[in-house]
Design a protein around this ligand. Structure first.
Ligand code: 13P
Length: 338
């Protein structure tokens, strides 16, 4: 493990108010996204869409890194240039999703455990050779009747920590992503207490596995009321609750927190990130950034619809959402900029 390189990469991913673009949807997930706009699902349509994203002019003004899927990291532009070269030449850091998805957890109805540790050392070394410099692993936690269970939280936290240790051994910065789903009628307080417990467990496991906190990033959910909860707190209330929770549980040695969007609208994801950066400017030990998938891509996908003639407009939309989130990192975003 080259500690200095890991720290440099982790810092670079959150430097200059830029953020990460998650474009690592697995084949079944991107199918769901494409189906919304009746875009045909072929290897070529997925390739064209990802080419559209990474060839967006000036993307690197706002985006520090992109997270790819296994199929995507092996693909090329139509002219034969590898995607990794296109990304690297643009000054963006390539990353890779390395988990194998969340599967039903034995003995725990309604809960999931993320798989993918077996053989991970060899896969990481292949990805590093291909040019990836960071990785992502996502665990998912559902709030419901009697869940999450301690068994589910412990198992997922343990897997995240073993993944993170293997990443650092391979010279890749691990993005540690424990996502508490926002679907459900639970309250913001419920989300707060589950998020705090999960994060504390995750950091205890990272400590047990000797993961270097300075060479990793945390990708958490924001502390939100469930989507069907009667009480929906304001943007500022969400910002305050999220920061309070993170302060309880995330060590100051972690260089950056990069939120997932988790199904929030693009505007809300930007507004809430903005409120946190504005209200807590200069008071936090970590950079507060984004690693959004849907909240950046959704409007562009809607414009593209699989048509070559829409590429330029879709790229403009992608660039705008990236810029607005950069502005949110500065606490300078305003919905009137939409
Ligand atoms: P969303 O921002 O769409 O939640 O995606 C981020 C991500 O990478 C989920 O694993």
């Amino acid at each position: 493990m080259n500690k200095i390189e890991l720290i440099k990469t982790a810092k670079a991913l959150v430097a200059n108010d830029k953020g990460i673009l998650a474009m690592d949807e697995s084949t079944p997930t991107i199918k769901k996204r494409f189906d919304q706009y009746k875009i045909s699902q072929t290897e070529e349509s997925r390739r064209s869409y990802r080419e559209l994203i990474i060839t967006t002019p000036k993307l690197s003004n706002y985006i520090s890194g992109v997270i790819l899927f296994d199929e995507t990291i092996r693909q090329n532009k139509k002219d034969g240039t590898s995607f990794v070269k296109v990304i690297t030449d643009a000054g963006i850091i390539p990353g890779i999703k390395v988990d194998k998805g969340a599967k039903a957890m034995a003995g725990h109805p309604g809960e999931k455990i993320t798989e993918g540790l077996d053989g991970l050392r060899d896969r990481l070394s292949e990805y590093a050779q291909m040019g990836a410099r960071f990785a992502k692993w996502r665990a998912v936690i559902t709030i419901g009747n009697g869940i999450p269970s301690i068994g589910c939280i412990e198992a997922n936290a343990h897997a995240l920590a073993r993944y993170a240790a293997l990443c650092q051994e391979a010279g890749l910065v691990p993005i540690v992503e424990p996502e508490i789903f926002m679907n459900g009628n639970h309250s913001l307080e419920d989300c707060f207490s589950v998020t705090e417990e999960v994060l504390r467990t995750v950091f205890q496991n990272l400590y047990n596995q000797d993961v270097m906190l300075e060479g990793m990033l945390l990708k958490p959910n924001m502390v939100l009321p469930g989507t069907t909860c009667n009480i929906q707190e304001t943007i500022d209330e969400v910002a305050d609750a999220t920061i309070e929770c993170l302060r309880h549980a995330v060590p100051a040695a972690v260089p950056g927190i990069v939120f997932l969007s988790g199904g929030q609208s693009s505007e809300l994801a930007s507004s809430r990130l903005n409120a946190m950066n504005k209200r807590f400017k200069g008071q936090l030990p970590w950079e507060l950034s984004f690693s959004y998938g849907r909240a950046i891509q959704q409007p562009a996908l809607k414009i593209w619809k699989g048509e070559e003639s829409n590429i330029q407009k879709a790229q403009q939309s992608l660039l705008l959402r990236s810029k607005l989130n950069r502005d949110a990192r500065r606490g300078e975003y305003n919905v009137s900029m939409e």
